[in-house]
Design a protein around this ligand. Structure first.
Ligand code: CTP
Length: 407
């Protein structure tokens, strides 16, 4: 099995081991993660192999141990594939040398290279002699990692270390590491649910070189697709033209104009709306398109001119109108420039007009292109102002509501 094999509903964890006596405890962490239902892909540094037999780890994980970036038996970029497919990377144990290499952004072996490629969180469990842990150089590396915010540490704890001495440097217990790892992957409450997400702008062509579009970057929709897949859903992401990487285990369909988004959407939902449990419509679908698309470049003239536009179909309202029961759960988005009360009032209007279950109302100036978003989730009976949240977190809050609606 390769890291890029077929989408799986199971969370994928890269368990990386570096060279310390505490390496033997990684086996127990692997066992606990497997027991909790995760797919565990083991990676070892060269020195880790001095402390732990790779066969033990591959036997427990049921996956080959990877160490070599240039493994000739693997046709692809192993560090990229592993970084992409991992919902989480757990490093057990993390040595002083490894922390230094992570802090300086080195990529001189598979583990450090994949840490730079990892899409999900990285959790590292340091283990070393107390004098090493308290050394200013190690403290500096730890401070750098904390400031960068990409590697989270668990432990070390105060206790007996390999030499028999006591102090801070003992690795956190395997059960504690496994629990922290599983908590970072989050709930699997969307297991087996089929969720369609639309994202990005639509681009309405005027001629071969010009188009009408909007400022949507697709980040919100991609964050929702990523989190939904991480929570176990089978996700189809219908994306307008954006420059974002496809989240792991997400099926992506690229479209351009509103009409092509409409076709892709109905294909994903099924004509009878029986192929999806929820539709989350973050795409900023253009309301109008040019009445005619010229096959050749339109030429400039000295005259004033006007552009004839025709309305696009309202894709979400079409689905709302076709839906007979409560499936799929329908989520609309609204970007407004009004104040909070106005935003909620507009959103309520959209609930009825489009016959959807909830509307996520955004404030235009706090949403486009940003990593965070100020949103209010509006249903018929409540409006929950969430304040400014990172888009991944907002994605989880929206999915909490979808999961509620699906129960
Ligand atoms: N939407 C859609 N098809 C369209 C326009 C919008 O499916 N042609 C969906 C969007 O994906 C989003 C929601 O409807 O979920 C936004 O609706 P709306 O606010 O009506 O779009 P605006 O054009 O911004 O609305 P208005 O002009 O009323 O402010």
């Amino acid at each position: 099995m390769t890291p890029s094999s077929a989408p799986s509903a199971r969370p994928t964890i890269v368990l990386a081991v570096s060279g310390s006596i505490a390496a033997y405890k990684a086996v127990e962490v692997a066992r606990l993660l497997k027991k909790a239902g995760a797919r565990v892909l083991p990676v070892m540094t060269r020195s880790a192999k001095e402390f732990l037999g790779p066969s033990t780890l591959s036997g427990i994980c049921g996956e080959p141990v990877r160490e070599d970036m240039w493994d000739p038996s693997y046709a692809g970029e192993l560090h990229v594939e592993l970084g992409r497919s991992a919902d989480l990377v757990v490093i057990v144990p993390a040595t002083a040398d490894l922390l230094a290499r992570l802090a300086s952004g080195r990529a001189d072996d598979l583990l450090t290279a994949l840490a730079l490629c990892a899409r999900g969180p990285i959790l590292a469990a340091p283990a070393m002699h107390p004098r090493m842990w308290t050394h200013p150089a190690v403290a500096r590396n730890v401070a750098t990692l904390r400031a960068d915010g990409r590697v989270e540490l668990i432990g070390p704890v105060e206790g007996e270390v390999a030499s028999g001495e006591r102090g801070p440097g003992r690795m956190a217990e395997p059960a504690e590491i496994a629990e922290a790892a599983l908590a970072r992957i989050g709930p699997r409450d969307l297991d087996g649910r089929r969720i369609v997400v639309t994202a990005g702008p639509t681009v309405e062509d005027l001629d071969p070189v010009r188009f009408l579009s909007n400022r949507s970057t697709g980040k919100m929709g991609f964050a929702i697709a990523e989190r939904a897949a991480a929570r176990g859903a089978e996700v189809t992401l219908v994306a307008g033209p954006v420059s974002l990487e496809t989240p792991p285990r997400v099926k992506r369909v690229d479209v351009r104009g509103a009409l092509s988004m409409r076709s892709a959407l109905w294909e994903a939902l099924g004509e009878k709306l029986d192929l999806a449990d929820a539709l989350i419509m973050t795409a900023a679908v253009a309301d109008y398109r040019p009445a005619e698309e010229s096959a050749t470049k339109l030429k400039r003239s000295a005259e004033a001119t006007a552009l004839a536009l025709v309305p696009n179909p309202d894709l979400l309202a079409e689905v709302g109108a076709a839906r007979a029961g409560s499936r799929p759960v329908l989520v609309g988005f609204a970007v407004e420039t009004a104040d909070e009360a106005g935003v909620v009032a507009y959103a309520r209007g959209k609930l009825d007009k489009k016959r959807v279950d909830l509307v996520v109302a955004n404030h235009a100036k706090d949403s486009f292109g940003r990593e965070d978003n100020r949103a209010t989730i509006v249903t018929r009976d409540r409006a929950e102002a969430l304040g400014v949240l990172p888009k991944r977190e907002l994605a989880d809050r929206i999915l909490d509501r979808v999961a509620e609606g699906l129960r």
